[in-house]
Write a new protein. Structure first.
Length: 255
């Protein structure tokens, strides 16, 4: 399972799409703050950090964060937003992580990031890497979605409402128009549209379809995979469905 190469958006646009499609979600933040507060002052690893939706609140609460992502545009924006907060950004693939520091108390993979890493083999590489970077007793916390149903706006199904964001005189619209749940993957198709000033569609390529592929994964499967690399499952947590956002299960694995 791999995700298609991103369309040729500029760095600024990648930040905008990321903020629009991931940045507004808040309902998981109390859990990450609670887990970090269990080991006050200890360093947290935020895997697939994006522009810092999770890393920034953690750092504001006094937790030093190492924030890892593969997208340099998102990391540059996170570093800018962090200012003097204790956030270190690292451009790296989570499946091949090899940091000098190996004493993290907590590693967070929020918002289904672990399902973006591919199938069981690449996921095992990530789980091994996470274990190597955690101190004894440290916790890997992964939010996953497993109970999903296919839909398609084109077939007359209901879809979640479109999201939009206004930046620099343009309106960016993102609409998840279809979800296809297959044997091993969940494919989400998002229609993206940019409307220029005055409502004109005046960009060279104003519309695009972005396809995101998530691996299908259950909590039981992830716990089994964790055990295989020496991580011990702890009781799961749940983040309930709210305000139109899907709920998720959070698998906790102790090093
Ligand atoms: C769903 S977003 C989550 C962003 C952020 N953690 C949040 O909760 O808002 C997934 C992030 O993972 C990053 N990502 C995807 N594959 C990755 C990989 N192999 N290693 C590190 N980061 C990755 C993407 O660039 C994206 O920023």
């Amino acid at each position: 399972v791999t995700n298609a190469a991103p369309l040729a958006w500029s760095s600024d646009e990648r930040v905008i799409w990321h903020d629009l499609e991931c940045g507004n979600y808040r309902f998981d933040l109390p859990l990450w703050l609670e887990l970090a507060a269990a080991t006050p002052g200890a360093r947290v690893l935020d895997v697939g950090c994006g522009t810092g939706r999770v890393a920034l609140p953690l750092a504001r609460a006094g937790t030093p964060v190492t924030a890892v992502d593969t997208d340099p545009a998102l990391l540059a924006e996170l570093a800018r937003r962090a200012g003097t907060l204790p956030v270190e950004v690292v451009c790296a693939d989570a499946r091949k992580l090899d940091l000098a520091f190996r004493g993290f108390a907590l590693c967070v993979a929020a918002l289904q990031t672990i399902q973006l890493l591919g199938g069981s083999r690449p996921r095992a590489c990530f789980l091994e890497a996470a274990r190597r970077h955690l101190r004894p007793g440290g916790i890997l916390a992964c939010a996953i979605v497993s109970e999903l149903e296919s839909y398609s706006l084109a077939d007359g199904d209901e879809a979640p409402p479109a999201d939009h964001l206004r930046r620099s005189g343009r309106v960016y619209v993102s609409h998840a128009t279809a979800m296809r749940v297959e044997a091993h993957t969940i494919e989400v198709r998002r229609w993206r549209l940019v409307i220029g000033e005055g409502g004109r569609r005046d960009l060279p390529e104003p519309e695009a379809v972005e396809v995101l592929r998530l691996a299908r994964l259950t909590a039981t499967q992830l716990e089994r995979e964790g055990r295989a690399v020496g991580l011990r499952p702890l009781p799961r947590r749940t983040i309930p469905e709210r305000d139109g956002y899907l709920g998720s299960e959070v698998v906790l694995l102790r090093a």
